[in-house]
Design a protein around this ligand. Structure first.
Ligand SMILES: Nc1ncnc2c1ncn2[C@@H]1O[C@H](COP(=O)(O)OP(=O)(O)OP(=O)(O)O)[C@@H](O)[C@H]1O
Length: 330
């Protein structure tokens, strides 16, 4: 049975429109004008236990709104969702004990206290038996490598260290589902990689289901096999990460190393993105790669060759752009 099942889920916000100037403000006092923003528009998907799924989309696409509905923080206007067998916005206690929502932009730990004190508070809130709490906490402290930091005030920690503490707090009650909204936002690449590793290791140990939003494609590549792409509140792709590159990555990067200097005239095969000594990198239409390689080998002596998919950033940007154009044309 899926851990998350979403059908036709819709959320429309009603946003008060302020008029400009004093007169406009006065007019707004007796005649309020509203605009409707359809943040999430009849989306549907299912996530099975143990999956790690990336939920991607440009700014304002509806990702956070969806995660908020799935964790029961806000009500939808239409459609339905079952999460861990519960309707999230009914906020059953048994539901809240089985999932965690981590938002990279928000802290749930007490700023002036050591994280260890906030962990104790979590123990009380979730009524975790002491021995189980001690066992889980030491496992998580070891996994995240933060032995010396739990007695230091949270405000004195670096952003990366703080995120590790946030993760510990989120995992103390052993959730079956982890919803992560930009867990590596603002972190440098080293700290990002550390968080990715912790999440991967934790997933391996506990098989927890994860749904994660991120603007960093490194997070996605490191953690997720499946991608759901949302733009303007609608899902435009749901499938394997490799499939998105196949479908939207129209070109491949062919890296050639010639026996002598790279020859002139490679432009006839595609876009030459680098030409330096014996090296030439050419972007070639996916369907022409075999034919072009054959032609190059016929004419020139090659020392080495490799064929690479375009970077995920490029592919995802293309998915967003195509969806935007389709939306404008509709
Ligand atoms: N509380 C709110 N009141 C009114 N409009 C809102 C509210 N929250 C979000 N929106 C609007 O709903 C749309 C979707 O917002 P949401 O935060 O879900 O997007 P997102 O995909 O998470 O974006 P980002 O990547 O920038 O975080 C946006 O147009 C946003 O302005």
């Amino acid at each position: 049975m899926p851990i998350i099942e979403v059908e036709d889920l819709t959320k429309t916000y009603r946003v008060f429109q302020k008029n400009e100037g004093l007169l406009g403000a006065l007019r707004g006092l007796y005649r309020r004008e509203y605009k409707e923003v359809k943040a999430v528009d009849r989306i549907g998907f299912a996530i099975e236990p143990g999956e790690m799924v990336a939920f991607l989309g440009p700014n304002g696409a509806g990702k956070t709104t969806t995660l908020k509905m799935l964790s029961g923080l806000i009500y939808p206007n239409g459609g339905d969702a079952r999460v861990l067998g519960f309707t999230p916005w009914r906020r059953d206690d048994a539901f809240r004990r089985q999932f965690s929502l981590v938002m990279g932009q928000k802290n749930q730990l007490w700023w002036d206290l050591p994280a260890g004190d906030s962990f104790q508070l979590h123990r009380e809130i979730y009524s975790i038996p002491k021995d189980e709490f001690d066992r889980t906490l030491s496992e998580l402290i070891e996994l995240l490598g933060v032995e010396k930091l739990t007695r230091q005030a949270v405000r004195e920690l670096s952003l990366g260290e703080r995120m590790k503490m946030e993760l510990i707090a989120a995992l103390l009650h052993g959730p079956r589902l982890l919803l992560l909204d930009e867990p590596t936002i603002g972190l440098d690449v080293v700290a990002q990689a550390a968080i990715q590793k912790c999440l991967r290791d934790y997933h391996e140990r506990r098989g927890v289901t994860m749904l994660l939003t991120s603007h960093y494609m490194r997070d996605v590549e490191a953690l997720c096999d499946r991608v759901i792409v949302i733009t303007q509140g609608k899902i435009v792709y749901d499938g394997p990460l490799a499939g998105i590159v196949e479908r939207f990555g129209e070109s491949k990067l062919v890296r050639l190393q010639f026996e002598g200097p790279a020859p002139e005239g490679l432009e006839r095969y595609g876009e030459v993105v680098r030409r330096e000594g014996p090296f030439a990198d050419v972007r070639i239409e996916r369907s022409r790669v075999a034919e072009v390689l054959g032609a190059v080998l016929n004419r020139h002596a090659l020392a080495d060759v490799s064929v690479e998919d375009p970077p995920l950033e490029e592919v995802i940007a293309k998915v967003f752009e195509e969806a935007r154009l389709a939306h404008e044309a509709a």
